[in-house]
Design a protein. Sequence first.
Length: 81
Amino acid sequence: MSDSEDSTVTYTTVSSPYEGRSGDVSPGVDGPLVMPEDPYAYVVATFQALPPPDYVPSPEEPEQAPPSPVYIPYVPNPVYL
């Protein structure tokens, strides 16, 4: 297009978890992108506070007696003549 009156350029800004706007840099071209937080930090935090080896967790709900069986009275089959 050589005629500038017929051309339209639209710029759009999209939010990104990386520093800067997503249109400012290209991955691998302008250098590595830096994330604001480490996504695996929760994995490291989980293994730092392990329970002691003699720890026994309490049951989630108290022991209960099994439900009583339902007895159905015996009804003999009818005899047809």
